[in-house]
Design a protein around this ligand. Sequence first.
Ligand SMILES: C[S@@+](CC[C@H](N)C(=O)[O-])C[C@H]1O[C@@H](n2cnc3c(N)ncnc32)[C@H](O)[C@@H]1O
Length: 437
Amino acid sequence: MSYAVARLRNQNSDANKLYDEDRAIHEWYRFVLSFPPHLVRHYLERFGAHSGYRILDPFCGTATTLVECKKHGIEGVGIEGNPVAHFAGCVKTAWDVNPSALVAEGQRIAEMAHEQLFLLGIQDEMPLLPTTSVDIALRTLPAEQAALILTNSISPLPLHKALVLRDSIYQEAEPAYQRHLLLALIKALVNNASNLHFGPEVGLGAIKDDAAVIAPWFANVQAMAQDISAFQDTQRIPSVIHRGDARSVATILPERSIDCVITSPPYPNEKDYTRTTRLEAVFLGFIHNKSELRAMKKGLVRSNTRGVYKEDNDHEWIANLPRIQELAERIEQRRIELGKTSGFERLYARVTRLYFGGMARHFAALRTSLVPGAKLAYVVGDQASYFRVMIRTGDILCDIAKSLGYHVLHVDLFRTRLATATREQMREEVVVLQWPG
Ligand SMILES: C[S@@+](CC[C@H](N)C(=O)[O-])C[C@H]1O[C@@H](n2cnc3c(N)ncnc32)[C@H](O)[C@@H]1O
């Protein structure tokens, strides 16, 4: 196996970027939480990974680690709790598809969808036909599902087009191509059809009354086919992504089956990891109502106050670590001093304990799946938005890992960001551990 020498390029602003040479496959679908492929390459090289290794990403997201491993002929295993990211990762690591047949299937489905739109006087890339009535019956989402997405996430006409295309894929596409066609569609849904803007929080950008959907979708399908053709050599390298909870990794993976871990877990940064992909989750039918959304959130490490539940008890895992107790007490003290009383604010100290407890649970469960000597890289960031109390995430994770028997090899600085509230440098760093066995 050979792979290009990976270097972490020095410029801070470049650090998190997707390099042009990395676009193939990684770009099939990414989200704001994705880390860059060059970071994965760097640690594959540092860890001496080769074709006999099995690499795990327990917080797999959109499978950056696994795609990069597969490109280099290395087996990958992932765990992911968000069904959209899980779906995207599974498709992004499935390259055993005939590329020209994929394009032909896309072409056939595109024609069907165009025809259905035309019957209602709608064209994909043109304004409404003069004969079109303004109150044509457009397809829409069921009310319970629509209530789960940000209001105005997508305007009625682009939504109708996307639903027509989705249903044509569901009903007419050959099963061998269906997942790829759907992934290409959710990319076009977010990037072209929706009104969403990521900055990095998900919000609304300019409201578009109309937008082409079939054309950008088909361009995505063509790009996929091109990438698949370019990576025929490693298409059989195994990649499996489990839909599951990284805190229960021992129930998912066999003993001593993992040589290395390269991952970016959530940080206690108030990000709701289900909100970023909510439109896609609803559109693909992964969630239909509030209780399914709640079940999804419960399967994730607690990192924001909108995903905390009465019965949560991950904090018990760090009860013996005074540093985290002191940190949580400092956050609560500061809240009281500042007179902050909202429900969210009252939960900040609790979510901090639950976050580190969840990570402790993960590190504890992971131990049996690692081969002795396994090396692990965890990319995490500092956080200071909890009443300006600085949370040095990487540093605290080192203490937790040590308390569970891991060795801390080093902590690498990935990049820094200036916190606007405190003017302090926030570190995004890579905690490098070793499991002695
Ligand atoms: C920072 S993102 C990872 C992004 C990934 N490195 C990529 O490039 O796309 C963290 C991921 O962890 C997932 N996650 C959070 N808690 C989890 C858990 N307990 N088990 C599995 N996945 C979890 C989230 O859904 C999210 O996709």
